[in-house]
Each structure stands twice: as structure tokens, then as C-alpha cells.
Design a protein around this ligand. Structure first.
Ligand code: PAF
Length: 277
């Protein structure tokens, strides 16, 4: 496995890779969810490139950029064991050269849900992902369903800007008790960790109601909210039942829906979602 930092090193190493290239962009502190994306990329492509870059532009002023967990030696070990060909670790200066002033802003799709709670977040994500795509030039890029709005935003951006690649979405990976894997789980206290699987139980309660014929989005939102409120440590930021592509809130579910939520456990904000089919 080769590791590079500068753009010229990346370009030379990329040019030396034969066949198709699968790309997994990450912010590091890897877990089994990231490795499952690497495995999908290895299944589909001749070579796999992973980037590790904690992108300052997608953190708000009150968010945890400095505290964001980092462990590059451990990440590299995991990627080596997973059979990755090339890891790119750009510095902030490579991604945001002095005088940087070119941003990618998407309209409606970034307004609700995460975008509503984290102003500027998707501007940072779309800009860095476009720059990563430009530099790496992959045939396929892999993202986790856990960040459902990020998936929708990246797909829209790739279409709008004519990036010649496929976006592949990997399923959310979970702990045995249902908690979705996330680098942020490490911030949870023991009591918060014990409470957090309520998110998946809330999604499952809504799925069961949907399977039994419930088509009112308000009823599904209420059911998820009530389930989460059983946990006294959980503080709901939003619970949503939205159109899976536009992300606009639904009244009636006709063709599936994205059920999603953001909930605080102590100071840790967790998200989870499922698409009804
Ligand atoms: O999902 C993430 O880890 C990040 O948002 C991404 C896609 C690597 C962009 O910084």
C-alpha cells in the first residue's frame, strides 16, 4: 500500500494504477463502516484509493473540529489489512491553498435536515468532495447510507457538474445492539451508549407501522418521536419523514420515504436513517 500527501505524488501514483479505480473518501478514525465501503470498492474495481482528510470547511464554528478523533497509524494499518492500493493524506494547504475562494453551493437539497441544523456544512462537503474527485479521478466513489443527505447532495453535485463517475452507496453498518457505526460514538458515556440504540428502535417502529399500512408521515414522525422520548437522556433535534430524493417533508407516503433523525445524547449528536421500501 502506497501513502502520498502532495498532489503531484497523488497524480503520479494514480497514473501508475491500471484498470478501474474505486475511491473511498474519509475523514479518518476508521471503523467497520469505512472498511465495508473499501470491500465494495475492491469487489467492483481493479484498484482502491482512500483519502483521509478532516475537512475544516464542513465543521461549523460550534462544532468539534479540534476534538474530532484522529489516529492515522491505526487507520493505515486497517487500510493495509483491507487491501487498499493507495492512501492520500492531503494537508489543509493542499486542499485549501492560500487565497482559496471557490465554493460549491447546492440549493434546495441542502436546506432541510442536516443542512438546516448545520448551516454551511454541505457547502464544505460538496467543495471538498468535488476537489477530491478532481484530484483522484475515480471510476466509482463510495459513500455510506448513514449520511443519507450527504449521499443525495453528492449524487446531485456529480450529476450537475458532469463528473464522469458512479456513486455507489453502501448500507449502514451497525453494532450488535443496532447502533449505527460512527466515529462520534466514542464520545458517548456508558449511559449514553446504552441509550443510543433507541434510534434504530424508533426507525424499526416506524417501519413496522408502515408495513402494517400506515401512510401518514405525521403518524410515523410521532411514533419515532415517542419511541426516542422513552430514553430520558435523548434530546431530539429533528425527526423527519421526507421524500428520498428532494428531502422535502411528506404528508402522505406514496413511493417510499427517508425516515431520519438527529438526536443528542449528552453533547454527542447522532444521526440515523432508513429508506422505506
Ligand atoms: O463522510 C465523510 O467522512 C465526509 O463528509 C467526506 C465525504 C469524507 C467529506 O469530507
Amino acid at each position: 500500500m502506497k501513502t502520498v500527501t502532495t498532489l503531484s505524488e497523488l497524480r503520479a501514483a494514480r497514473a501508475a494504477l491500471a484498470g478501474t479505480v474505486g475511491f473511498v473518501p474519509t475523514m479518518g478514525y476508521l471503523h467497520a463502516g469505512h472498511i465495508s465501503l473499501v470491500q465494495l470498492a475492491k469487489r467492483d474495481c481493479t484498484s482502491v484509493i482512500v483519502s483521509i482528510f478532516v475537512n475544516p470547511a464542513q465543521f461549523g464554528p460550534n462544532e468539534d473540529l479540534d476534538a474530532y478523533p484522529r489516529d492515522i497509524p491505526r487507520d493505515l494499518q486497517m487500510l493495509q489489512e483491507a487491501g487498499v492500493d493507495l492512501v492520500w493524506l492531503p494537508t489543509p494547504e493542499v486542499m485549501y491553498p492560500p487565497g482559496f475562494q471557490t465554493w460549491i453551493d447546492l440549493d434546495e437539497i441542502t436546506q432541510p435536515l442536516e443542512g438546516g441544523m448545520r448551516p454551511g456544512h454541505f457547502r464544505g462537503v460538496a467543495t471538498v468532495v468535488a476537489k477530491l474527485f478532481n484530484a483522484v479521478g475515480p471510476d466509482k466513489a463510495y459513500f455510506g447510507q448513514k449520511d443519507a443527505q450527504q449521499v443525495a447532495v453528492v449524487k446531485r453535485m456529480a450529476l450537475d457538474l458532469n463528473f464522469p463517475l458512479d456513486i455507489v452507496v453502501g448500507p449502514t453498518q451497525r453494532e450488535a445492539d443496532g447502533l449505527a457505526l460512527s466515529s462520534r460514538n466514542k464520545y458517548l458515556s456508558e449511559a449514553e451508549r446504552a441509550a443510543a440504540p433507541v434510534l434504530q428502535r424508533a426507525l424499526q417502529a416506524a417501519q413496522v407501522a408502515y408495513a402494517a399500512g400506515e401512510r401518514s408521515a405525521a403518524a410515523l414522525r410521532a411514533l419515532m418521536q415517542q419511541t426516542i422520548e422513552y430514553e430520558p437522556t435523548a434530546r431530539i433535534q429533528y425527526v423527519s419523514c421526507a421524500h428520498p430524493l428532494t428531502l422535502q417533508e411528506l404528508d402522505t407516503i406514496t413511493e417510499g420515504a427517508l425516515l431520519s433523525m438527529a438526536v443528542y445524547f449528552g453533547k454527542t449528536r447522532l444521526i440515523d436513517n432508513v429508506i422505506l421500501d
